[in-house]
Design a protein. Sequence first.
Length: 240
Amino acid sequence: MQLIDAPSSNFGPRTSPPDMIVLHYTGMPTAEAALARLRDPASEVSAHYLVDEQGQVYALVPEARRAWHAGKSFWRGESDINSLSIGVEIANPGHEFGYAPFPDVQIGAVIELLTDIRSRWTIPDARILGHSDVAPGRKRDPGELFPWKQLAQAGHGIWAEPAPAPGAALKAGDKGTGVFALQAGLTRFGYDCAPSGDYDGETAVIVQAFQTHWRPAKADGEADGETRARLIALLRLAAV
């Protein structure tokens, strides 16, 4: 893999070695515009890498430094995700500018980049996440069109397709032990979803974020049997 050096000054020191990768889409009309913004000191935004639609990989911030890509975020009790992670921006106009499927050559480059990054750092499969996972509701990227299953099949991330769990879907307004168990599972997995037994708006947002990554055909915030079964299976795969 050939890296194009495109240094950004938007970074700071880390407090610990990275053990997570966070994938984003750029959400801008062009890769050139995204690259300029990630390098602009006034933007106060950056990532370690940018992968354009042709599969070219731009190196912006050294991996040993803390890039500014996750913003306000949370995963498994940690709120300073920037200090724990390597951020990869993937050029795509996003939902605001005409969200489109990611080209095969681009995903191939992402897979190659992840292989390269993980040759240097201990990053578990369960800690390869999307921006929407660590910032549900606030962020939607890389979105429901991102091929997480393909990444997992290439050795990066986790994926499960078990038979659906029995029972009706849990949804906003529901209360009870089923909701409590769902919230507990989401919290154990990594989301900030304190169990209350009340399927409130925040729970629906987190369920939708989970679905966007692991149940993209139905990212509506209602925890149907397939969503719940996938959560249970993924908890086993993540060993948490």
